[in-house]
Design a protein around this ligand. Structure first.
Ligand code: SIN
Length: 489
């Protein structure tokens, strides 16, 4: 049993219209700890009816929430932020228990996620309009920005405590209401956030959480005509389907989809910085991030030194239950994740890759996997084309800057890229030439609430975080005021 200072943060119901509900006809599903298979909770499996009820509640709550002064919404978001910080230890325990990541990473994620509440509490007060010089003397032209309406959010299991605030905070700051379908593997974090929203005084119906299936809850959210906006983080494959469905009633969409991030190490890179960057980018969350370095390219002159130093660092990573001290790598989320990592590993070895460290399931069993480095990776391998989403670091070789750019861009994806160099000119050349939405230069960690996050090409549409993030939840309206020269009768 998960021990919490505040056991009321562990909820086992749906959160609709400000109330915890367990509809009698719903089945249940188990939430398990991926480190040991222990059941953490049995939750009602929401269906279409519950999703519809949540959308109706959000639609009823919308006019009042949208009409509140921005300052009031801001204060409530600040309270939510404060409560997340006050409860960081319990929230971290819930996150580690259902997701597997080490407790220190879970804590880091919660602080990162909470920062979106704080950031957008401020941005709520900066939803400015515009005036436009009019073509005629008796006219005044204005632009106002208004909340789009009810939003549906579908969030992934890899960063539940960051992805939910990254969507909910700007939506609520803008004056929208939200129905959230969290990933079925990690709904407890979402429900704990709903409990804190309620304690913060976020009114009933403004934030609803409905864990359930893609074909029922997901489908209802994406087809219901009262939902005006869909925000999704997940695979490109699912994003494509959702976008097609959302087109039926022309919903606004933002999609944070898959990546296949290149990480380039040039001969002139600082070796220790490059190794630290590759470790942070590749092995955060056991390689289960959309922005993970998936393909690591090292230039001829630094290749051997880089490969040796990276393998040495990876071989020291401590694998284990995320609750244990000093553990840096927890279990993978499920057996499918292990199978995908194994498939990429075996394919790479078959095509000539050399395993330098790791190379199989971990002796701890279950879904634990050895952090792995492979040298001699080539463009023919699956790892060159597909996101592994696991702790496998393949190292490719390149000779020139032009070749590095060509290889890095040779993918349908465009979410994140990284490069390491001490040549200032190269920083600017690659900054322009790489076709990715987020580029880390001499670093493997770029995430920050004040910076825009999002991809190009098949990696998505829209941006989260930064002053741009709130725009995704606003409509632009143009007011043309005429006949102002004539005095009122
Ligand atoms: C992601 O993998 O989707 C998000 C990672 C981040 O925000 O750092």
């Amino acid at each position: 049993m998960l021990k919490l200072a505040d056991p009321n943060l562990l909820r086992d119901s749906l959160f609709i219209d400000g109330a915890w509900v367990k509809p009698p006809k719903c089945g249940t599903f188990a939430v398990q700890n991926p480190a040991n298979g222990q059941q953490l909770a049995a939750l009602p499996l929401a269906g279409r009816d519950q999703a519809r009820a949540a959308v109706d509640a959000a639609a009823r709550a919308f006019p009042d929430w949208a009409a509140r002064p921005a300052r009031e919404r801001s204060q409530l978001l600040r309270r939510w932020h404060g409560l997340v910080l006050e409860n960081v230890d319990d929230l971290a325990r819930i996150l580690t228990a259902e997701q597997g990541k080490p407790l220190s990473e879970a804590r880091g994620e919660i602080l990162y996620g909470a920062a979106f509440f704080e950031w957008f509490a401020e941005e709520a007060k900066r939803v400015y309009g515009e005036t436009i010089p009019a073509p005629n003397a008796d006219q005044r032209l204005l632009v106002i920005r208004q909340p789009i309406g009810v939003c549906a959010a579908i969030t992934p299991w890899n960063f539940p405590m960051a992805m939910i605030p990254r969507k909910a905070a700007p939506a609520l700051a803008a004056g929208c209401t939200m129905v959230l379908k969290p990933a079925s593997a990690t709904p407890l974090s979402a429900l704990a956030l709903a409990e804190l929203a309620s304690r913060a005084g976020i009114p009933a119906g403004v934030f609803n959480v409905v864990p359930g299936g893609a074909k029922t809850v997901g489908d209802e959210l994406v087809t219901n005509s009262s939902v005006r906006k869909l925000t999704f983080t997940g695979s490109t494959e699912v994003g494509r389907e959702l976008m097609a469905k959302a087109s039926t009633n022309i919903k606004k969409v933002s999609l944070e989809l898959g990546g296949n991030a290149p990480l380039l190490v040039f001969d002139d890179a600082h070796l220790e910085t490059a190794v630290a960057g590759a470790m942070a980018s590749k092995f955060r969350n056991m390689g289960q991030t959309c922005v993970c370095a998936n393909r690591i390219y090292a230039q001829d002159g630094i290749y051997d030194r880089f490969v040796e130093a990276l393998s040495a660092a990876v071989s020291k990573l401590k694998v284990g239950d995320g609750f244990e001290d000093q553990v840096q790598q927890g279990p993978l989320i499920d057996e499918a994740a292990v199978q995908k990592t194994l498939e990429h590993l075996q394919d790479a070895v078959r095509l000539g890759g050399k395993v330098l460290t790791g190379g199989s399931r971990h002796s701890l069993g279950g879904t634990f996997f050895e952090p792995t480095v492979i040298s001699g990776a080539t463009a023919e391998m699956l790892v060159a084309r597909e996101e592994t989403f696991g702790p496998l670091a393949p190292i490719f070789r390149f000779s020139s800057e032009a070749e590095a750019i060509r290889l890095a861009n040779d993918t349908e994806y465009g979410l994140a890229a990284y490069f390491f160099t001490r040549d200032n000119g190269r920083v600017w050349r690659l900054g322009s030439a790489l076709e990715f939405g987020v580029i880390g230069i001499n670093t493997g960690v770029t995430s920050y609430e004040g910076a825009p996050f999002g991809g190009l090409k098949a990696s998505g549409i829209g941006r989260e975080g930064s002053h741009l993030g709130i725009d995704e939840f606003l409509e632009v309206k143009y007011l043309c005021v005429a006949d102002i020269a004539r005095p009122a009768a």
